[in-house]
Design a binder for this molecule. Sequence first.
Ligand code: GLU
Length: 461
Amino acid sequence: MTRVRIAPSPTGAFHVGNAQSALFNWLFARKNGGKFYVRIEDTDKERSNKESEENIIKALEWLDLKPDAEFIRQSDNLPKHRKLLQDLLDSGKAFYCYHTPQELEAEQKDQELKKEAPRHICVHKKNQKKEVGGIIRLAVDSESDRVILFDDQIRGKIEFKASLLGDFSIARAVDDPLYNFAVVADDSDMEITHVIRGEDHISNTPKQILIYEALGLPIPLFAHLPLLLGSDRSKLSKRHGGTATLEYQQDYLPEALINFLGSLSYGFSKEIISKEDMIEEFDLAKVHKSGAAFDVKKLNWINSQYIKQLPAAEFKNLTGLSVSDEAVLLITERLEKLSDVQNFDYFWKEPIYEKGLLKWPPFAKASEGEKKVATLEKSIETLTEVGKIIEKFDFKDNKDMLRKLLDDFSSKIGNRGLVYWPLRVALSGKEKSPDPVDIAFVLGKEKVKVRIDNAIKKLEN
Ligand code: GLU
């Protein structure tokens, strides 16, 4: 059976790149009727913390990428790690290295001068002392011309010369394994069939293959996902903006973020695609090889499409707003980010604005000539007339009838802006809003009258 996992380290917030890896692992498991697991890699005692662990779990819950079993903590496996390390030491496949950091540094400098790959070829593997201590390294034959080859399920064949790896370290002590060793022990223990992870781990893969071989364990298949990039095409990091998955919670729907992360590195047949359809189409070999830029504009657009489809009740629940369904419709048609809902606060409270905003044409848009004729008095005149039209209008009639009355009045004074602009501002307090007639119908006659009166009062003061 297909068994995949993500193995995040709890050393910071769950990165959106981790979320993308989780998605691709999850899709692969669902597609193949397999299992998706989460293993918290907490063996780096200094940097791991509970908060980050909770953050990982919360982020996965929010994205609804739930693992098929309780998550596993790497530190719970330490007794198994210790046993495997001891086996390797006993068989001479691993050994204690007693070189000091200064000696290792000198070796590296020498290799640099000779333009050789930096690695440690340790004499202690041959004349192993009896005492315990130093760091544990895997014994790698640096004389051999062995090529370690693996068939990456996304990138195809990848080769590494074993001799370039040196006797790399696998543990600080028998009860303090390093990443490459712990990951092999745990993936094997969990019977992981496909290791699907970020391309920054490609160079670890040959080391892990040698550890599998030394332990006599079956080697899983590997697939390395492209990295998420910032707008300058370097690896996405904090300086590009939000990288923590949960930071997106306040503005984005989880389905939208999933859709976005999926389509960043995979050519799905539709721009807006559900998780179910993603599963249907998913083929690991078709994941893109090159990194994709995290384009927030695209994310916003995808989000807006999902917001539009939200049933009114769900939208109200999510935002905690108590407004009419008609108001929800006007809002969701225009919303890219959930927190922008504040731009529509005139649906639930009196608008607050400077009286100058009621002047048409607005200063920024006006030509020099227009600025002279744009007076507050004109807005008073037109708002007073509009108030009379509203007074007489029966809101049970349809919107187009009100539009027609306002249009007729606009033609009479020969200026549409002078009618609609102050009305928009009186009702919304904003320069940009849905059609004021639509707003008027949501607010209802009484509120519209009050807001027009308030605007006139404001202008007269
Ligand atoms: N803990 C590693 C990381 O967070 C896991 C890498 C892997 O999937 O093997 O990058």
